[in-house]
Design a protein around this ligand. Structure first.
Ligand SMILES: Nc1ncnc2c1ncn2[C@@H]1O[C@H](COP(=O)(O)OP(=O)(O)OP(=O)(O)O)[C@@H](O)[C@H]1O
Length: 546
């Protein structure tokens, strides 16, 4: 940093200390000139001083009220700095606290000269205006009925003040019915007026925003969503998520916490996290988009049952989970999938998707190359069955996890190494097994053991997959030859077993909504959307090297 050009440098006064304050293009730094035993916290501190990244400064303003600028706990000393340094400015910046939580902290500097004070405010504001990724105008949708019905209060009390401080203009729509936000985005919203869309609600509300925005962009570009192989147009507007639902998995998986203030700050600093979206079709008709979990069998049944108990609130998922576990249903069907290239890793490689993920970045550059190459072609090649794997079987669960699906209850998630933006989804097949085995598998989602390390579980990283349920009259024999890596699979006797013991079909749980078709085709659309998020930060990312 010493080598960077100083933009401005002054001797100022901060918390009873004389400090040298320097603004570099990327960092604001200050260090004590006269040693004091007291230190403030929140910024990166070292023997050289403290720093804040310019990109994490929320706002700067002149501090008009001297009383506000002085620490109240030292009334005796108020006159000392205020006589010598009567002018002050305050820098508000992102401060990391525990477990990925962000808070807005203030540091106030006192100056002897009004001109210097004003110059500092002006220069910092000029640097902030160079940060073109920051949103200035946002369209906010609030679901007043999500979660514990606190969406409006959360927005007014915790989010709006942060946006105001950062000088962000907002248009706020409190939804009046389900799909209000989706329809407004699809048909009415003037998207050119905004730099992003903010969703105040849970995963269901996010799904509305996702569908509204993606559909609108495809319509505007004349892309037919019903074509399973259509190359969808990525959304230029980013989506911010303010968690206010009973399930906030997408927020948790992209920020590491479900906290409205943290989310608001990620929006203010203009973070950008690309994200894959799965498109789901049935016989050439578009059904839904999914960004987190597509689950057939166990998770479909849990959702179906929980819908009957909505009155129980979030507790309905526990009750339905328990009931579904006891019923121990399994379902016959054929799963076909197109495996991903080796360069995106494997679901069991323990490489977790974190902020600045290497695998997602690699995928991004190869996507660019692919985009350029495909522009030269008239039309993308037709899907052939070349490279597809086919598995027939009886399954307790078929899950496709496009992200880890980590949540406070299952901190590792369904697929701990799934990536947010690598153009793949992790297809997890849980075959028919004993109830005790299935329990052991579920338990491993909550501890450090590998949940895929069971004879009845297999996991594949895929770009596309299809599912066809077995129909009563047409049930094929189970084909163990297709999956040689599962030596313990049913012996010959069960291959001869007809599908007499099947139960009825299950349903697909698509990001918390039930799909009305069981035979589906799924295709991952690489980095179709971007969120105001930066992925889960490693601890060392929280500190600036000085
Ligand atoms: N004004 C409204 N009235 C009724 N329903 C609404 C309204 N606005 C949005 N919704 C719907 O409420 C559903 C649940 O919303 P949300 O995801 O915000 O809360 P949630 O408590 O997490 O719910 P869930 O756990 O079911 O996803 C969404 O599917 C959304 O379409």
């Amino acid at each position: 940093m010493e080598n960077q050009d100083k933009i401005i440098c002054s001797e100022l006064f901060q918390k009873q200390r004389k400090v040298e304050v320097v603004l570099y293009p990327a960092v604001l730094a200050w260090k004590e000139i006269e040693k004091s035993s007291k230190r403030s916290s929140g910024t990166s501190e070292s023997e050289h001083g403290q720093t804040v990244k310019v990109c994490e400064i929320v706002a700067v303003h002149k501090t008009e009220d001297e009383a506000d600028a002085q620490p109240r706990s030292h009334p005796k000393r108020i006159n000392q700095p205020s006589q010598q340094y009567p002018h002050a400015f305050t820098v508000s910046y992102v401060r990391r606290t525990r477990q990925h939580l962000w808070r807005c902290a203030d540091v106030t500097f006192h100056c002897a000269d009004q001109q210097i004070c004003e110059q500092w405010v002006q220069v910092i504001n000029e640097q902030l205006s160079l940060l073109t990724n920051r949103p200035k105008n946002l369209l906010v949708y609030i679901n007043p009925y999500g979660g514990k019905r606190r969406g409006e209060r959360i927005y007014e009390q915790k989010v709006a003040p942060v946006f105001r401080q950062a000088g962000i203009f907002t248009d706020v729509i409190v939804t009046e019915r389900a799909n209000h936000a989706r329809d407004h985005l699809k048909m009415e919203a003037n998207l050119d007026d905004y730099d992003g869309v903010v969703c105040v609600g849970g995963d269901g509300m996010f799904s509305e925003i996702l569908h509204g925005l993606v559909t609108r962009i495809q319509t505007d570009h004349g892309v037919d969503q019903n074509q399973p192989d259509a190359e969808l147009v990525p959304c230029s507007l980013r989506i911010g998520i303010i968690p206010a639902g009973s399930t906030d998995c997408i927020c948790f998986a992209t920020q590491g916490t479900n906290d409205p203030v943290t989310s608001a700050l990620h929006i203010v600093v203009g973070d950008s996290q690309p994200m894959d979206v799965c498109s789901v079709h049935h016989n050439g008709v578009f059904l839904k988009y999914s960004v987190s979990l597509l689950g057939y069998g166990f998770y479909g049944d849990v959702l179906t049952d929980s819908e009957r108990n909505r009155w129980l609130g979030p507790a309905r998922y526990d009750l339905s989970g328990f009931k579904t576990f006891l019923s121990h249903n399994y379902y016959g069907g054929t799963v076909s999938f197109l495996p991903a290239d080796d360069n995106v890793g494997h679901p069991r490689d323990k490489l977790q998707c974190r902020s600045g993920c290497r695998i997602c970045q690699h995928k991004h550059s190869s996507k660019d190359e692919h985009d350029e190459a495909s522009e030269e072609k008239e039309k993308p090649a037709e899907d052939s069955d070349r490279g597809w794997n086919v598995i027939h079987g009886k399954f307790i669960a078929i899950n496709s996890a496009s992200m880890s699906c980590a949540c406070p209850r299952s901190p590792k998630g369904l697929s701990p190494s799934a990536h947010l933006a690598d153009g793949t989804t992790d297809l997890i097949l849980v075959r028919k097994c004993s109830r005790l085995d299935f329990f052991r598998h579920l338990l491993r989602h909550t501890n450090n053991d590998d949940q895929f390390d069971h004879w009845f579980v297999e996991v594949h990283r895929v770009r596309k997959f299809r599912f066809e349920p077995w129909h009563p009259d047409l049930a094929p024999l189970e084909d163990a030859s297709e999956h040689p890596e599962s030596p313990d699979l049913s012996p010959i006797s069960s291959l001869q077993e007809t599908y007499d013991d099947r139960t009825a079909e299950s349903s697909w749980n698509c990001d918390g909504e039930i799909l009305h078709h069981t035979a589906i085709q799924v295709s991952v659309q690489c980095q179709l959307i971007r969120l105001f998020a930066r992925g889960i930060e490693e601890q060392q990312d929280a500190e600036v090297a000085v």
